[in-house]
Design a protein around this ligand. Structure first.
Ligand code: MRU
Length: 345
């Protein structure tokens, strides 16, 4: 599936398929200001690390239009809009990665009309590159799956979470395209239900067999031999391979290790943060308590009771069998990561 992130150049608007409404309704959410985009990111109209990065790249173009309307010191206004954008969601490094890449193409003293053209082209390029990286990851990752496998995944690391095709679901899609019979167990992923709503929606549309399981069914499903592989996405991977992904992922990894099931992470270069040595440096987003106190708009936790809603956890690299990237499948250790991702060892 594609078309879930579009940019209308005439209107200078970012058009997003509203993921909060899926699978019940397919509605478009239009962003015309940086505030609109920040709102869309925070409330998860668009979510998933690479999709956040792609949306942020288009949002830079919107920020430029807004800064120009602000008056003569447009460059200063633009810097502060971009800073606001980067703070919208803290864990997915793709957000800062995309904005930094856009910033790097902004030459000091340039004519804003030139910058508008440069940024429009660069945002499109970042979007297209993301799809190409997912396709490359898919080709490498498909080799890891055997005909007849049932693959467990957590959260949604599909087309919706990226520019298109998906990371973890891209691996599964590519294996199916290669003629392998693959079934998927989608963990429901409380509290936002990315697995139940979005992974199930995408795979069902594609005709890939998918079964939704409660998050707490994981051990039972693995113990009874119903899971052959696990493939998940990532929001930030530290230089040593420690990986932040949706809350619950590290529990799935621990169980996979216990039951001897290979556990793979699929992520593009834009998800690696080589500036941090390990996962203890990854900021973990704390989201609104209402996501936990309520289910489907109904309160399920007694009034006055505290809840915790950390949106991500970190899986230690030692629990990861391999990281599927656009450069190939790499071992989750510092040396292999720096070699593949171009940092100094
Ligand atoms: C290809 S998406 C990888 C991750 O971003 C995904 O698994 C995830 O954790 C998304 O979290 P979300 O809070 O829905 O943005």
């Amino acid at each position: 599936m594609d078309g879930h992130i579009r940019f209308d150049t005439k209107d200078c608007a970012l058009l997003l398929l509203d993921q909060r409404r899926l699978p019940l309704a397919e509605e478009t959410f239009a962003c015309r200001t940086v505030d609109d985009v920040v709102y869309a990111l925070r409330t998860m109209v668009v979510r998933g690390a690479p999709a956040i990065g792609v949306s942020a790249a288009y949002a830079c173009r919107i920020a430029l239009k807004e800064a120009l309307a602000a008056g003569s010191d447009w460059a200063e206004a633009l810097h502060s809009l971009l800073d606001r954008l980067v703070r919208a969601r803290p864990t997915a490094v793709n957000l800062a990665w995309a904005v930094n890449r856009m910033r790097a193409a902004w030459k000091p003293g340039c004519d804003p009309r030139d910058l508008a053209r440069t940024w429009e082209a660069l945002a499109l390029e970042i979007h297209a590159e993301d799809v190409a990286m997912n396709r490359a990851m898919g080709r490498f990752g498909a080799e890891l799956l055997d005909d007849g496998d049932t693959v467990m995944t957590h959260c949604n690391a599909g087309a919706l979470a990226t520019g298109g095709h998906g990371t973890a679901l891209g691996v599964i899609r590519s294996a199916v395209e290669a003629g392998k019979k693959i079934s998927v167990i989608a963990n429901e992923t409380r509290p936002f239900l990315q697995g139940a709503r979005l992974t199930a929606y995408e795979l069902h549309r594609d005709g890939i067999p998918v079964t939704v399981a409660c998050d707490n069914a994981c051990s039972q499903l693995m113990k009874t031999g119903r899971v052959q592989k696990v493939v998940v996405g990532a929001d930030r991977i530290a230089a040593n391979g420690d990986t932040a992904n949706k809350i619950g992922t590290s529990g799935v990894a621990l169980l996979a290790r216990h039951y001897g099931i290979p556990f793979y992470v699929a992520a593009p270069g834009s998800t690696f943060d080589l500036s941090i040595p390990d996962g203890s440096h990854i900021p973990i987003e704390e989201r609104t308590p209402e996501e936990v106190t309520h289910a489907g708009g109904t309160r399920v936790v007694p009034e006055g009771v505290a809840v915790v809603n950390e949106a991500f956890d970190v899986t230690e690299s030692g629990l990861i069998t391999g990281i599927v990237t656009e450069k190939g499948v790499i071992r989750p250790d510092r040396e292999s990561i720096l070699r593949a991702m171009g940092g100094a060892p």
